[in-house]
Unconditional design. Structure first.
Lengths: 622, 256
């Protein structure tokens, strides 16, 4: 499998000797220092500044949150599927939230809120880009570590602290936040309105403020690392698409999270110090509040200024990894490399100017609505460019169906299925009908929820050998893939029908409405599929933890990949490459190049070693 | 001619990668990662402030403006947004005089002067002149602290209110402002004033703390040993940013 490795090291040695560029590589000395320094357990695994360890910390914390977020969804799917059933058997687990065998309706709202918060922020933001930006940026651009290892460590520990606070909020007397993951005021601002808007909401806001600090520390690190620490020859147009996607994701986070920070801070003042930023003319429980002049719609603008880029923060890392995995396993260059970068740039830019499509029914000026509709529908263009490029990459490829490849193809499938309904929802006139129904839930769970999860799994299966020096089990991976893939479609396809029929989101039960009773069976079916798909994840979790210790040992470049991370030792130390950092001569997608000895040429192989496959303009460089 | 020479200089050969500014192995903006990080942090922070100022703009837009053309003399009322000239017209030690925006203009001058001294400190750092760095940092700290003290006075005055006060909706006379009551106009005017100038003031306060820290480090010779005063430059970037934000806050709250 790794037959060409000796040539690699020859190449590295040969080049390093003639190239004076590495002399001012301060990280080299930094690294040598580390090799001699005996690290204790705390330094090595807990308060580590090594990007690879921090990535694993993000990943394992993310897995913890994903199990919890999935459990919460199973709980509310039980309620939705069997609204008449008694859940006495859950009371050892849920305690007082089960009253006379019924799930407390306010706790139901808390379950939905926490499921959304956990999945969007803790799993698909921190768990996804926290893991892979950390792990892959230094390894794929040829750097010893992140620009600031210390800030990178802080980034994880702020995330950890934020996690602890959010976790604690699940167990307090009045329950966790219950105003939805979008925490719209006035509901989220008034503890009189719902118990979850008391202590639970306060903890939610504090936790998110710390989360934003973590994102900021991580984000500035990712961006500066990509700008300043690329190895010799690694120009921006030779970066793997993973790095482009992480880079742009970090920029989106850097510019949108501070606005959520502003909104959260203003909301904290409204809740705790009597200001009226988002509140006006409210009459609750027989009492008029003193607040006048504020605007709840203002909160929505601020929230969605983050909220919309946030969905791209979730999906873009998955897009990058899928591009990489598809090219590697189709043994073909990615189709339209520059178009892929261009579409990422286009999506990043557009993501900032479409936020109000979440607000078509807020009473916003309809003209403004049509402007946002226009901009929103333009996103279909770069998204379609990406999709067609992925399909064209697969076209007549020499496809190897590794588990990661299956999940990548699954990603493309889900992204198409979910993306098509986005065109419907982006249309203001149609959205007025669909808004706040299960159609919306089905749409975003396919296009960003499940897709991003598939990207995450693809990434874990693909880079597991680099992380732990071992492979995850392929057969268990197949079972995991098929159960999940089928499960996701069985859950979310029927949900579109339910949504078109008018089922509103966030309702505790629909038994009160006769018109919905004909869908009771469908709802039961969705719940069953959701719970089965959730249980299928334990196959992954077993596979993951078992393979860390017992998996099949990996070779240095198990997928015959071209990117730099596979030129590092199987289990790289702090500093990634024992000797010099390899230089880069070519783009990352030299797969099946005509005339080449093998069907891949790593980025660090100079053109002088590949005379037989050099293209005319490459020969001209002599 | 020069361009084509540069191009061949950086061009790749079969055995060497390209070596232009963006081709890896160097710093394309000619800035260390630390300085870049400060720039990106400030960009991020700018969005936080932008969100607050947008909030200010939208909320102010939701309130009626005082109609000067009506011929009536301005008086404080929750019916319309107050005219800043009438709210911020006092000066320490000159009780009872109508000096519109005089004090805040002085504060602004002080802050702008602190930016000048900061520039001089950075410049002294480039010359590796420890004495000068110390001197100019000290001036910057002094101006920064004076600004904070002035803001404290301004807040105290705003909270205490005028001698006459304003008759509120429930018939009582109220002096000054807090987060739920405001004699000068709509309660959100006071909310936004406290929130935004407070948030800016916290930035100035942390800036002064950073300045004190680098002053101590300079005095201890930390930067001299390190061979460069880059930390002074980084804190300088932050300090200029905070000044720049003040210009916007000043414009929105006091001028328009």
């Amino acid at each position: 499998m790794a037959a060409n490795l000796p040539t690699h090291s020859n190449v590295q040695g040969g080049i390093g000797a003639t190239e004076p560029g590495l002399e001012h590589d301060e990280h080299l000395h930094h690294d040598e220092h580390h090799e001699h320094h005996e690290q204790n357990f705390l330094e090595k695994y807990v308060f580590s500044t090594d990007h690879k360890v921090i990535a694993k910390q993000f990943l394992i914390t993310g897995i913890f949150w994903a199990i919890l977020g999935g459990t919460l969804s199973s709980l509310f799917r039980l309620q939705l599927g069997w609204p008449e059933a008694t859940f006495e058997w859950l009371s050892p687990f849920l305690g007082k939230w089960i009253e006379a065998g019924k799930l407390n309706p306010e706790f139901y709202l808390a379950l939905v809120t926490m499921h959304g918060t956990i999945m969007v922020f803790f799993v698909l933001t921190a768990g996804l880009s926290g893991t892979f930006s950390n792990f892959l940026i230094p390894l794929q651009i040829g750097a010893r570590d992140m620009a600031s290892g210390f800030m990178n460590m802080l980034s994880y520990w702020f995330f950890f602290l934020s996690s602890v606070i959010m976790f604690v909020s699940l167990f307090i007397e009045t329950g966790p936040a219950a105003a939805g993951w979008t925490i719209y005021p006035p509901l989220s601002a008034l503890p009189q309105a719902i118990p979850g808007s008391g202590m639970g909401q306060t903890l939610w806001l504090v936790s998110m403020a710390l989360f934003i600090v973590s994102q900021l520390l991580g984000g500035v690190n990712y961006i500066t690392t990509v700008i300043n620490l690329r190895t010799r020859g690694m120009s921006m147009s030779k970066l793997p698409l993973t790095i482009w996607s992480f880079f742009l994701t970090a920029i989106l986070g850097l510019l949108s999270f501070p606005v959520l920070f502003s909104a959260a801070l203003l909301l904290i003042f409204d809740r705790s110090f009597g200001t009226s930023f988002f509140l006006s003319d409210i009459y609750i429980a027989g009492q008029a509040l003193h607040n006048v002049g504020g605007s709840p719609v203002l909160f929505q603008h601020l929230f969605w200024f983050l909220g919309h880029p946030e969905v791209y923060i979730v999906i873009m890392p998955a897009m990058g990894m899928v591009s990489e995995i598809l090219a590697t396993n189709a043994r073909k260059p990615i189709f339209g490399y520059r178009a892929m970068i261009g579409s990422l740039l286009g999506i990043s830019l557009l993501s900032f100017i479409v936020w109000a499509h979440h607000m078509f029914v807020t009473g916003m000026n309809p003209f403004l609505g049509s402007v946002f509709m226009f901009l929103t529908l333009i996103i279909a263009v770069p998204s379609a460019v990406k999709t067609f490029n992925w399909l064209a990459t697969l076209w007549r490829g020499n496809i190897r169906f590794t588990t990661a490849m299956l999940f990548s193809i699954g990603f493309v499938s889900l992204f198409i299925s979910g993306g098509l309904t986005g065109i419907i929802l982006g249309n203001a006139a149609l959205d007025i009908q669909m808004h706040n129904t299960y159609f919306v839930v089905a749409h975003f769970h396919l296009v960003m929820g499940s897709s991003a999860f598939f990207g995450l799994w693809a990434g874990v299966y693909h880079w597991f050998p680099k992380m732990f020096g071992r492979h995850m089990d392929e057969k268990l991976g197949y079972v995991h893939f098929w159960l999940t893939f089928i499960g996701v479609y069985l859950v979310f396809l029927p949900m579109h029908y339910v949504g078109i029929a008018g089922f509103p989101r966030r309702y505790y039960a629909w038994t009160g409405f006769d018109m919905f009773s004909q869908f009771a069976d469908l709802n039961k079916f969705i719940s069953l599929a959701a719970i089965l798909a959730f249980f299928a994840q334990f196959i992954f979790i077993f596979n993951f933890f078992y393979s860390i210790f017992r998996g099949r040992k990996s070779s240095q470049n198990p997928w015959n990949s071209t990117t730099l991370e596979w030129t590092a030792p199987i289990e790289p130390g702090h500093g990634n490459w024992p000797g010099e950092i390899p230089a880069v001569y070519r783009w990352p997608y030299d797969y099946s190049k005509p005339g080449a000895v093998e069907d891949f040429i790593p980025q660090n192989v100079p053109f002088s070693k590949t005379q037989s496959s050099n293209l005319p303009y490459e020969r001209d460089m002599e | 001619m020069a361009i084509s020479q540069a191009a061949t200089q950086h061009a790749a050969t079969l055995d060497t990668p390209r070596s232009g500014p963006w081709d890896g192995g160097n710093e394309p903006f000619k800035a260390s990662y630390g300085k870049l990080m400060m720039w990106f942090f400030l960009l991020s922070d700018a969005f936080t402030f932008a969100a607050f100022l947008t909030t200010y703009g939208l909320i102010r837009h939701r309130h009626a403006a005082f109609d000067a053309a009506s011929g009536k003399a301005f008086e404080f009322s929750s019916a319309y947004w107050p005219v800043p000239d009438k709210v911020f017209n006092s000066f320490p030690g000159l009780h009872g005089m109508d000096l519109p925006l005089a004090f805040v203009a002085l504060m602004t001058m002080i802050l702008i002067f602190s930016s000048v001294t900061m520039v001089l400190a950075v410049e002294a750092g480039h010359r590796m002149d420890k004495k000068d760095v110390q001197k100019w940092l000290l001036w910057t700290i002094l101006f920064g602290a004076t600004f904070l003290a002035s803001q404290a006075w301004e807040w105290t005055h705003f909270i205490t209110g005028t001698d006459e006060g304003t008759r509120m909706a429930d018939g009582t006379i109220f002096h000054g402002a807090n987060l739920t009551m405001n004699q000068y106009g709509p309660v959100l005017f006071a909310d936004l004033f406290f929130f935004i100038t407070g948030f800016h003031g916290m930035h100035v306060f942390s800036g002064v703390c950073f300045l004190v820290w680098i002053f101590i480090a300079t005095t201890n010779g930390t930067f001299e040993k390190r061979g460069h005063y880059e930390m002074v430059e980084k804190i300088g970037l932050y300090w200029h940013f905070v000044d720049l934000v003040w210009v916007f806050v000043f414009t929105f709250f006091y001028l328009v």
